[in-house]
Design a protein around this ligand. Structure first.
Ligand code: NAD
Length: 369
């Protein structure tokens, strides 16, 4: 059956990088039997300009009907002064909530050709391939009560609530165990069970779940140690699963191990396999419209989309292998350019990946984000 993909280019460099990802999808459709229909809609600042809302009803309705959503990026200085509810970022939050996307998958993988781009020593990060599974719709970012109150003595006090139900922990845990099954078979659950009762329960539920996945090895780590281990010896990890706030922080730290945010894709998944896929970077207003942005994070987001929402793992592997081939050939956008490599623009990089799709085999895709 034909699957529907909703394309949301967004703002800034969004339309430029998404155009390259669409070229890849079109080539897979025409040459490799991918049965998809592409639709396009507005989100973020572009939607505010056209329809007065960062997430028009029509966009959310199309997203609900689609099997998967591919997003560029939203935001820009032009909209920073707007009321919170009208800001482009609200479009993203509305999509996450409206589609029930509770699991955020953030791979940190380093193509060996780019090991020199990391701020860490090449031998510490070369070959890095880890996946952070972050709970996205619960925890302290959403817990009630919350607010700032005035105490009896007139002093103000800020407060938030860290809360997780067993069912919420279990469903994110299952995503992590299933993900590990497709990778190296190891899950590290990150908590602060020595201090926070909520994550004591987290640890207990993860341990219970592990019995359903005898083929996956579960370990536990306190979040402070996990932060340290990520920069000390990141290659020890396969899949890390953690709460919303811990995941927010650790996934940015892991991303920077790879040296370029222009290379990293992400997925946000719901219960029914539906997902939203996007590069981890923002709309980069400083380089928008110049044709120099790196489209590879968005193209690799297409690979994640095919693997997680469309069950097209072989075609996902083909995309990843094509990206590897292009890097092998020495092509680099400005953000990953080093002496001795050839500097190319957004469209030339996209075209090179499309050409490479025909030159690689599906099994040569070595990465499984
Ligand atoms: P950013 O990720 O947009 O840019 C940070 C730096 O990285 C900039 O120098 C930019 O030029 C560079 N960069 C980013 N993506 C690149 C790419 N593909 N190729 C080459 N260089 C790239 O972060 P920011 O500057 O903090 O935020 C800019 C806007 O994006 C803000 O409005 C912010 O709210 C928004 N934002 C959106 C998302 C999203 O849509 N998911 C995420 C983060 C930030």
């Amino acid at each position: 059956m034909t699957k529907k993909i909703l394309i949301l280019p967004g703002d800034g460099i969004g339309p430029e990088i998404v155009a390259e990802a669409v070229k890849v999808l079109e080539r897979l459709r025409q040459g490799f039997g991918l049965d998809v229909e592409l639709e396009q809609a507005l989100v973020g600042g572009a939607a505010y300009e056209a329809a007065g809302s960062p997430l028009p009803e029509e966009t959310l309705a199309l997203a609900r009907q689609a099997d998967a959503v591919l997003l560029g990026a939203v935001g820009g200085p032009k909209w920073e002064g707007l009321d919170r509810e009208l800001r482009p970022e609200r479009g993203l939050l509305g999509l996450r909530a409206g589609l029930g996307l509770f699991a955020n998958l953030r791979p940190a993988l380093l193509f060996p050709q780019l090991a020199g781009a990391s701020t860490l020593k090449a031998e510490v990060v070369a070959g890095l391939d880890l996946m952070i599974v972050r709970e996205l719709t619960g925890g302290i970012y959403f817990g009630e009560p919350r607010g700032i109150r005035v105490l009896g003595n007139g002093e103000r006090e800020g407060f938030n609530t860290l809360v997780y139900r067993e069912s919420e922990i279990e469903r994110i845990g299952r995503v992590a165990f299933e993900t590990a099954r497709r990778r190296a078979g190891r899950v590290c659950s990150v908590d602060k069970a020595n201090v926070l009762e909520c994550t004591e329960l987290w640890r207990e539920v993860m341990t219970r779940l592990a019995a359903d996945y005898p083929d996956v090895a579960l370990s536990h780590m306190y979040v402070d140690n996990a932060a340290m281990q990520l920069v000390r010896e990141p290659k020890q990890f396969d899949v890390m699963v953690t709460t919303n706030m811990f995941g927010d922080i650790l996934s940015d730290c892991a991303a920077m191990l790879t040296g370029s945010i222009g290379m990293l894709p992400s997925a946000s998944l719901g219960a029914d396999g539906k997902g939203m896929y996007e590069p981890i970077h923002g709309s980069a207003p400083d380089i928008a419209g110049q044709g120099v942005a790196n489209p590879l994070a968005t193209i690799l987001s297409v690979a994640m989309l095919l693997r997680h929402s469309l069950d097209e793992g072989a075609l996902a592997g083909r995309i990843e292998a094509a990206v590897g081939r292009v890097l092998d050939a020495g092509l680099r956008t400005a953000d990953i350019h080093t002496p001795g490599t050839r500097r190319v623009g957004t469209a030339e990089m996209g075209d090179a990946v499309v050409t490479a799709l025909d030159e690689v085999s599906e099994s040569s895709g070595e990465r499984r984000p």
